[in-house]
Design a protein around this ligand. Structure first.
Ligand SMILES: O=C(O)CCC(=O)C(=O)O
Ligand SMILES: [Fe+2]
Length: 338
């Protein structure tokens, strides 16, 4: 397996070429702060959903493709515990983490940026990628045994995230005056949920290196727990990068390509990246909520009409399509466009 970013630092190596963005497209930390709407999920979950909150959600998703969710039902102390085990895992000795190493040509497990092509510029991050749902697809050999409460916490955390996914997908439908379950039904009976723990070590040259290259997610929605203190995530809008402020108790929720398809492009999957930092390391945990691979997804009927023709094909197994295209340096969503 390729060397993790952490090992590269421990070994005191010079910054390898393969991390450097030579076209001047490295990270810029000093970009405008995003005025991303804060949506109160407790107001969306009740049967008396406030129209105002729904409108906030709709407008956030149509303009940014993301929002900060508060009152989502997970306590701040629980979020802190999840952040804490994430830090503890990445702080383990390299040899301990390697017990969970990703295997060749696989996605799951511990490792650095996956090398999909020879020209690829690598991300300055180490990660642990795990399938959480369906439960019978969990591969426990990749689930850390240390820290001791890691597995239980991930189980409990993602159980709560599942509820949030449902609340958000229903509210998204309602915000467009559609039937509550029209998006959720497209997830099928056995939806996938994967968790990606990200660790961004300090980087000597944030101006030349990115924590994560610009990309949009292949999920339906992604629910992100950000580092409580260190910024780094940026979203692109009108060709300008904007940084996401930290709200410690909030979860950042963005739509992925599959909601872009289901919503017939009304909610666009936003391009985002992570910049590095020379002073502080950063962690995050992204949970990807994904329809069942064999379930076909497509724009919902209510969003296709004369003035808004159907923009996307019917697709299934979008995550595979995503990786095939990503590998070739293409924007995966283009493969689903008519
Ligand atoms: O670390 C972050 O803030 C975001 C990571 C991300 O975009 C991803 O894992 O897809
Ligand atoms: Fe992402």
């Amino acid at each position: 397996m390729a060397e993790s970013v952490q090992e590269l630092l421990i070994n005191g190596e010079e910054l390898p070429e393969k991390y450097i963005h030579k076209d001047g497209d490295g990270g810029v930390l000093d970009v405008p702060l995003m005025e991303v709407p804060v949506v109160d999920l407790s107001l969306l979950a009740s049967s008396l959903t406030s129209r105002e909150e729904l409108e906030k959600l709709r407008s956030a998703l149509s303009s940014w493709g993301c929002f900060q969710a508060i009152n989502h039902g997970i306590t701040s102390s629980f979020l802190d515990k999840v952040r804490e085990v994430t830090k503890q895992f990445f702080a383990l000795p390299v040899g301990e983490k390697q017990k969970y190493s990703r295997e060749v040509d696989e996605i799951e497990g511990y490792g650095n940026d996956m090398i999909l092509s020879a020209q690829q510029i690598l991300d300055w991050s180490d990660r642990l990628y795990l399938t959480v749902n369906p439960e019978d697809q969990r591969r426990l050999k990749f689930w850390p045994e240390i820290p001791q409460d890691f597995r239980d916490l991930l189980h409990d955390y993602t159980f709560k995230i599942k509820m949030i996914n449902e609340v958000v997908l229903k509210a998204m439908a309602r915000s467009l005056n559609l039937e509550d379950n029209c998006f959720l039904d497209q997830y099928g009976k056995r939806p996938t949920m994967t968790a990606r723990f990200n660790y961004y070590p300090k980087c000597p040259r944030p101006d030349l290196v990115l924590g994560v290259k610009p990309h949009a997610d292949g999920s339906a929605i992604t629910i992100l727990l950000q580092d409580k203190e260190v910024e780094g995530l940026q979203f692109q809008k009108d060709n300008q990068w904007n940084k996401v402020p930290i709200i410690p108790e909030a979860l950042l929720i963005n739509v992925g390509d599959q909601v872009e398809i289901m919503s017939n492009g009304i909610f666009e999957s936003p391009v985002h990246r992570v910049v590095t930092n020379s002073e502080r390391e950063r962690i995050s945990l992204a949970v990807f909520c994904i329809p069942e691979p064999e379930k076909e997804i497509q724009p919902v009927d209510g969003l296709v009409n004369k003035s808004r023709p159907r923009l996307y094909k019917k697709v299934k197994n979008y995550v595979d399509i995503y990786f095939q295209n990503y590998q070739q340096g293409k924007r995966p969503i283009d493969a689903a466009k008519i």
